[in-house]
Design a protein around this ligand. Structure first.
Ligand code: UDP
Length: 240
């Protein structure tokens, strides 16, 4: 299928979006830019966009094969993928299996604590406010999501966690936490949107504990691209 870009719509921190000749479909281009701490720290790493495009396409297609509806249609080339046009719910949904990052800072929880069950958090997508943590009540009161939306978001997020935890476990990777975004299709259905990549997840090597994600950039651990390449190598390797 050919996907002609029509009108440039939006440039975010890690992606650009175009409309296409086909109604109801967008083209997304993955950029080589990396940002952290609400874009206070920035870098460009050649090849990062291509790796995230591969990894995200692979994971979204995997979830679709397990009956999770997503915006993903197909990977077009090294940098681009075709997706269903959705209007994004202004919430970042974070699922955590192990304590790290902002959770430890905010609540003084010990880094590395393994939870008996996954923890789901909602953040408002608002760069000017630094994506603040919000409750379901905020989301309902301010109309960011309905009761029904929140029920669906929770159910899909926990299912995605189970599926990805298992997929990565088989590749000797611990899925520590990740962020999801949801969008509404033209027909009004809520589907999984955005990307799933080392930019949006934390991956720890099961045997060494090595960080294989954007924490290498956030914490200046070095070889950021090597970690992303390693994630793609393990994901794309044939299963035993
Ligand atoms: N995350 C993300 N985008 C954001 C904030 C967080 O993709 O704007 C991901 C992050 O990569 C991690 C998880 O969500 O996998 C939880 O992040 P945390 O709240 O600990 O934030 P951080 O430590 O990145 O500030």
């Amino acid at each position: 299928m050919s996907w002609e870009k029509k009108e440039f719509l939006y440039e975010g921190k890690a992606k650009k979006v175009w409309s296409t000749e086909r109604d109801g479909f967008y083209v997304i281009e993955y950029k080589d830019d990396l940002t952290a701490f609400n874009a206070q720290k920035k870098a460009t790493m050649e090849g990062k966009g291509q790796l995230n495009n591969e990894i995200s396409a692979h994971l979204l297609a995997y979830l679709a094969s397990r009956n999770i509806e997503t915006h993903f249609v197909e990977r077009i080339d090294e940098r681009k993928q075709a997706v269903k046009a959705v209007s994004i719910i202004p919430l970042e949904v974070v699922v955590r299996n192990i304590a790290t990052g902002s959770l430890c800072k905010r609540l003084g929880i010990k880094e590395g604590l393994e939870f008996p069950r996954p923890l789901l958090e909602l953040y408002l997508k608002n760069d000017a406010l630094d994506d603040p943590l919000v409750t379901e009540d905020h989301a309902l009161l301010f109309g960011w999501a309905s009761e029904e939306d929140l029920k669906i978001i929770r159910a899909i997020s926990f299912k995605v966690n189970e599926l990805l935890k298992e997929l990565f476990r088989k590749r000797s990777i611990v899925l520590v936490d990740f962020k999801l975004e949801f969008g509404r299709t033209g027909e009004g259905r809520l589907v999984l949107a955005d990307e799933i990549s080392p930019d949006t997840c934390r991956f720890w090597d099961s045997s060494t504990g090595n960080r294989l994600d954007k924490d290498r950039f956030r914490k200046d651990l070095g070889d950021v691209l090597g970690a992303y390449r390693e994630i793609w190598r393990r994901l794309s390797a044939k299963e035993e």
